[in-house]
Design a protein around this ligand. Structure first.
Ligand SMILES: Cc1ncc(COP(=O)(O)O)c(C=O)c1O
Length: 353
């Protein structure tokens, strides 16, 4: 279907250069948003409108039973001044897998493309430039039907809004391997980017922060034996010169930054092993000083160096990161591809015309 998306420009833009360049993650939202409703089995009335509050009925189903799914993606200012959106198809694929898991209607590819392009085009002046700066885009769908029985909703809203962001974490992370709480378990919804996964992770993360850590390194929900992921990032280790990362599963989010970095390893001559990593094996490697790098990967952080890993009360300090570290080279390469300084061999960028 060829979606025509009407655009209503705001009469009160709050755009300033200072807001676009501010760089604080999550603090600034641009002037417009995309909205579409799902009714009678169809996505209807797609439009770009001025950013505004929603008026919600207190019985809105998403608020009670958690049918709410989101994505996090980015648009970049290219070297030639154009704007590109990173890996639309891969984000849509994950979005739809999450929506399916939560019994929510999926988004047709042509609607997602048309919505993103119309929206980003309208707020093109909100895309910042500079190293580590980008427009963070938040597509989400929630159950908008108002009823108070526990049920799969029949009505939904699909919204996209965005805000300019800078680098996510300032300093390297102190991480604690969590062996009591679980983020997700086998057969659960850990692979889905659904709101409840985040709400449930707050309490254990808060406890870890009170102990002086920045983030939790989650382990599997069955035995607390295998490393899964960390906060809003997948994790990677360089052990004996080889990049090792947990295989994705139904309890790990299939990260797009993870996938992008793995795709670059070949040309960066970095051998890779994707496997289940036990906490015991990680601890043995840390004890033997075989871990030269540990880092998180995610759209928000891109690459976040890990400074220390605590396992059952033993704190292991990782070597200081030198400028030749794989994580920094991978981050730079990714940035170069996204901004056009390097060829986009994998066709990851969609230019906003
Ligand atoms: C739980 C979780 N794991 C991993 C990631 C990293 O995924 P991506 O690289 O697609 O941002 C995210 C962020 O989206 C996340 O929320």
């Amino acid at each position: 279907m060829n979606y025509q998306i009407p655009i209503t420009q705001t009469k009160n833009p709050h755009w300033t250069k200072e807001l676009v360049e501010r760089g604080e993650f999550g603090a600034v939202i641009s002037d417009h948003m995309f909205v579409s409703n799902y009714e009678n089995g169809k996505w209807i009335n797609p439009k770009v409108v001025p950013y505004e509050n929603l008026s919600l009925n207190p019985a809105t189903l998403a608020l009670h039973y958690g049918q709410s799914v989101f994505e996090g993606m980015k648009a970049f200012k290219m070297q030639d001044g154009s704007v590109s959106i990173f890996r639309i198809e891969k984000h849509l694929d994950r979005f739809n897998k999450s929506l399916d898991r939560m019994c929510m209607p999926t988004i047709p590819a042509d609607l997602f493309h048309a919505a993103l392009l119309a929206f980003v085009k309208t707020d093109l002046n909100w895309v910042p430039e500079g190293d580590g700066h980008s427009l963070y885009i938040r597509p989400f769908v929630f159950a908008s039907e108002a009823r108070f029985g526990v049920k799969i909703a029949d009505e939904y809203m699909f919204i996209i809004f965005a805000g300019p962001v800078g680098p996510y974490y300032g300093s390297p992370l102190k991480i604690k391997v969590e062996t009591h709480f679980a983020r997700a378990t086998r057969g659960g919804a850990g692979f889905a980017k659904c709101a409840g996964n985040y709400g449930a992770s707050f309490f254990p993360t808060k406890l870890a922060k009170e102990e002086g850590f920045d983030q939790i390194l989650w382990t599997d929900g069955r035995e607390n034996k295998y490393i899964e992921e960390s906060g809003t990032m997948n994790v990677m280790f360089i052990i004996n010169g080889q990049l090792i990362t947990p295989s994705t599963s139904d309890s790990i989010l299939d990260g797009i930054t993870r996938d992008s970095i793995l795709s670059l390893t070949n040309e960066m001559d970095m051998p890779v092993e994707i496997k289940k990593i036990s906490v015991d094996d990680l601890e043995k490697a840390l004890k033997a000083n075989q871990v030269s790098e540990a880092f998180g990967t995610g759209t928000a952080a891109v690459v976040a160096p890990i400074e220390s890993i605590s396992i059952n009360g033993h704190n292991y300090i990782l070597p200081a990161i030198d400028e030749n570290a794989f994580m920094l080279r991978a981050k730079k390469k990714l940035m170069h591809i996204r901004t056009g300084a390097e060829a986009d061999k994998f066709s990851w960028n969609t230019i906003v015309e």
